[in-house]
Design a binder for this molecule. Sequence first.
Ligand code: NAD
Length: 262
Amino acid sequence: MPINTSRFAGKTAVVTGAASGIGAAIALRLISEGARVAGIDIAAEGLKEIASQHGASFLAVPADVTKESDVAEAIAAAAAEFGGIDLAFNVAGASRVGQIVDLDEADWDFTIDLVQKGVFLCTKHEARHIREHGRGGAIVNVSSLNAHVPSPYGSAYATGKAGVEMFSKNAAIELAASKIRVNAVLPGLVDTPLVAPVMNYEPARDMFLSRIPMSRAATPDEIAGPCLYLASDDASYITGTSLVVDGGWEVSNYPDLTTLGN
Ligand SMILES: NC(=O)c1ccc[n+]([C@@H]2O[C@H](COP(=O)([O-])OP(=O)(O)OC[C@H]3O[C@@H](n4cnc5c(N)ncnc54)[C@H](O)[C@@H]3O)[C@@H](O)[C@H]2O)c1
């Protein structure tokens, strides 16, 4: 795919979850399109590695997105280093799974804190900094197809991701006056370390792929592209919406009658 190396020239961005998977793909794509990026992640080593390859274009800011003091400090450090923030991508996420009747309170709290509260805390502090310079900006929150489609054993994750979608709509309304657009991206299956247990176990992988009309998982870059689009000037009138990026999974639940003989 041809890359526009100047689409984000002069822009500064915060990306959470930047050490791996979708967050890393967004960070690298932003850098290749001219932006300077502050990568926030709990995995300091992964951030260091990216920083070593991208010099002044990438600032590594290790932080835990579930802790407000961490988030406030990390985003302030990014704003100070870059002289302000224009764009933010809230991507950090993980989950602890289990059937509802067995799920520990601590596992529920871990997942909701990370996928839902983390997005709230980051949006809060990112928006404060974006608002400061008065030029406006954009925030993209990575939710999941599970905001629309429940997953057995994943009640906390699906609930949290549904919350991220609605939170993004609320933020869009509140922040419109500050010229900050807020949208959500809902990926289906993406080949990252997060879903390695599925991708590396053939029977599970086949069950997932059989639900996806495109019969494959997305690459992290195939999620980064739509995220960058929503942050770009091409999306200047788009706010409060959700973009499902799932290879057709959400609309595929009807049985495939075309495989029946006449
Ligand atoms: N991979 C998929 O199939 C898929 C599908 C839908 C949505 N998503 C969502 O996409 C996002 C990125 O996932 P991924 O697949 O790239 O996974 P990943 O595991 O490759 O990356 C997630 C990153 O988040 C970081 N992180 C975890 N907890 C953190 C915390 N408390 N503070 C800061 N950073 C933290 C991890 O260190 C890691 O670098 C997640 O929100 C995930 O829920 C993924």
